[in-house]
Design a protein around this ligand. Sequence first.
Ligand SMILES: Nc1ncnc2c1ncn2[C@@H]1O[C@H](COP(=O)(O)OP(=O)(O)OP(=O)(O)O)[C@@H](O)[C@H]1O
Length: 489
Amino acid sequence: MALAVVGDAAAVTQLIGQAIGLVAMIIRAVKTAHQNRLECQHLACSVSTVDGVLSNLPRDQEMAPPLKVLNNTLEEAHRMVIACQNRGAVSQFFGSRRHADCFNQVNNRITSDIVILNLSLNSYMARQHFNQVLHPNHIGTPTATIAMAPWPGFSSGSLQTQLVVVSQPQVSSISSDNPRALTWSEIAAATSFAVELGRGNSGRVYKGRLQFQFHFHHGTEVAVKVLEKHRRQGMEDAFMAESNILSGLRHDHIVRVLGWCAEQEYRMLVYEHMGNGTFRDHLQHLGGGPSSSPVTTSWEKRVEVLLGVARAIHYLHRGADPLVIHRNVSSSNILLDANWTPRLSGFGSAVFQAAGVEEHGGQLVEEVVGTPGYIDPEYSGTHRVSTASDVYSFGVVVLEALTGRPPDIYGVTLGLLVDSVLPSVHNGKLRDVLDGHPALQPTSRQLEALDLVAYTASRCLCPRGQNRRLAMSDVVANLHRALQIIRSN
Ligand SMILES: Nc1ncnc2c1ncn2[C@@H]1O[C@H](COP(=O)(O)OP(=O)(O)OP(=O)(O)O)[C@@H](O)[C@H]1O
């Protein structure tokens, strides 16, 4: 056993040495590259950030798989730069491909490899931390962590990152349930990819049960998202957004990511399984969903769900570190666990908040993403996303909860739910549009509470976001008050 550990450590040291060697070779080769000089220099910048990280990595076997992937990418980058040293080799290497695209791809791969290295490092540190708590004499403290920060000046919605080496482990973010790497075979054994739970923008989600002890439990039920390459958003972007953003979030109303798989070309994310489907299923009675569920039949439960999700969004906007904008709040991204507790999910389009841009109407993004019917019109017009954009989408979810209607088709005419319902709210005729499933004749206390909920929705849905829409803290306060009123019925 001890020998195996020594062997593992030597193999990891060798992989690190190989990576450091490749970085040096790339930087040297860039100096004599005569073609694509700007792209080569940019590549040299990316790889030099890798260098600082490698020497601080622990010599642990968990580091081996992501290091192997990184080394493959660095080898490809080296071949590319060597080809740029003379004209003939360039055309042979790139063929008919656009040179800039090839450089972008290899840069993106480096970024993605580092995200995966970071996930493995966090998982290793969590293990070390708990070994220390459980066995205080255990030797072996983590030496470094890699903090990810957006490239300065980068404005796309995708998650470009640069590396910063932090000398002390960030113990506050470490817990026994930190996400960890799983192999393709472990995931295949858990799911057989047989029971599909749903499909999102970036891939399919399968139900499964882990066949081994995981986070102190045996047979944990999971939902596995298999990201698909050809999807609009780009597999690596979605993987990086979800793994990098979601793994740092801790909130009772946010779905937990338990692990990931990044073997060869596969990218998968493993979540806790939420047994009661999505909020949308219960509001719209989809998929033959039970028409007698608490969410369908109780105003109290609906307001409770809304309050839980509002708290989660408030945490993203003001409590998380770093702060986050979700960009895809919708009733299908609200999952319900076995106790009907709501959990916000669907972080594939989320972005970290850039500092100091809220007052200028938000941060500029290349692509407007989200679910039709929920997207803030101001964001879709200006390409500037802010916390107010999430507030708008949440306002649509509140209208859906009040009316039981989908956001983009209402009644016999095609149109947005917002346009059809808000006039009734403003004219004091909420009763005309209320869903009849929870109660055909709501009590006066229920109506009082629902009026407050509807007023809150209308203040989330102001056409102008900045300073006009409510902040999530106000939304939380109003929904909390509405719940108290219903409970005093
Ligand atoms: N943890 C889970 N437990 C149970 N079902 C889930 C879970 N996660 C997702 N699902 C199901 O899979 C569907 C798709 O989920 P996904 O997160 O991919 O949605 P999306 O937000 O539309 O996609 P994306 O995040 O890629 O933009 C959900 O609507 C839900 O039905």
